[in-house]
Ligand binder design. Sequence first.
Ligand code: PLP
Length: 408
Amino acid sequence: MVSVNENFLKLSESYLFSEIAKRVNAFKIANPDKKVISLGIGDVTRPLPKASIDSIHKAIDEMGDEKTMRGYAPECGYSFLIEAIIKNDFNSRGISLEQDEVFVSDGAKSDTGNIGDILGVDNIVAVTDPVYPVYVDTNVMGGKAGNLQAGVWDRLVYLPCTPGNKFVPDFPGKEVDVIYLCYPNNPTGTTLTKEQLKGWVDYALKHKALLLFDAAYEAFITEQNVPHSIYEIEGAKQVAIEFRSFSKTAGFTGLRCGYTVVPKELTVYDEAKNVVSLNQLWKRRQSTKFNGTAYIIQRAAEAIYTPAGKQQIHETIDYYMENARIIKENLESIGMETYGGVNAPYIWMKTPKNVSSWDFFDRLLNERQVVGTPGVGFGKSGEGFLRLTAFGKRTDVLEAVDRMKIKS
Ligand code: PLP
C-alpha cells in the first residue's frame, strides 16, 4: 500500500488567499455593478523592461538557428549572468564573490523552499512573525515544524515583529539553529539597519546558527543605512545564505528567475562534527533536482544590468514606490497608523480601533470595495493589521485611497 509524506497532511489549504478570493467573489456576485480594487496581491503590473524584451527576441532567434541554439542550461546558471550579478549586485557594494558561489534559479520561492533539503531535520528553526508563509509551510513539509497547536507550530520558534519592538525581532529566547530573515520585509515593509543586521550576524557567529536572508525586495530600498546584502556585514559569509529575485526588481514574476548565494566560507557540521560545506551540498542538490533556468530568461535577466536596463527598472521601481508614498501619506492624513512603504512596496496598516484583520478586510471590501490582505494570515502577530501592496496601477491606487478617505 502506498503511504504518503504525512507532513503534507498536516498542512491546511492555503487558507489566506483562497479565503480572500472566496469573499471577493461572493461580493462580486452579489454586487455585479461595483468595481473592486485589489491592493492585496504582491504581483507586478508594469511591463517588462524593454532591454529584457529585446534580449528575449535575440535569444529566441539564436535558439532557432542551428549554429547558435542551446540545449540544457548549466544547472547553476550561465556565466554571463553570474558575472553580471557579481559585478553589479555585489562588487558595486564592496563584496567579492566567486562564480561558483552564485546559483541561478527559477526564483526565490523555490530556493527559500528547497533550501531545507540540505538542512538536518533536527534543526530548530526560527521565523519572524508575521512571516512570508513559504518559510513555515516548507518546514512543515520537511518535518521540522512539529504539530499545529492553537494556530502555531510547536517546534518552530516565532520572533514577533510589532510596533512594540519597532519590527526588529528580539533574539530567540532559546537555542535555535536556523533563522529566516526577510529584509526589506514582506509583509510589514520594514527594514533592519546595518547595526541591527550586524547584531544578527554576530548572534549567528556566536551560536553557530545559519541565517537564511531573503533580499527579494532589496531593489526597493531608498534609505542610506539599510543593507542591500547581508554580506555588507563583516563575518556574514560564514553564517548566511542570501536569496534574490528578479520578480519584483524587474517584473519577472511571469518569466521566473532568481538566484541564491551560498558562500564557500559557510560551513556547518555533520553528526560526527565534521565540517561540511553548504555550497557543495546546494550545488549537489541543484544539479540533481533542477535542470537550469531557460537560456532566454537568463538573457532577459542579464539585460537588466545594461545601462538601458538599469534605467528602465529604476523607472518601474520608482513608479511602485510613488504608489507606496500615495497610499501611506493618504492613510496617515486620515489618522491611520502605517508602517513600511519607504524601502519596500508593502504598507502595513494598523486597523482602526483594534478591529480584527478579517473584520477590517470585510468592512473595506463591503463599504469601499478595496481589497487588502489580512495581517493575521501571515502569523499571530499580524492580527490587527492589513497589508496593502504598491504594485497596482496608479489610477487604481488613487481611486482606492480616495475611497478609503471617505468618512463613514
Ligand atoms: N520571498 C519573498 C519575501 C516574497 O515576498 C516573494 C514573492 O512574493 C518571494 C520570495 C518569491 O519570489 P519569486 O517570484 O522569485 O519566487
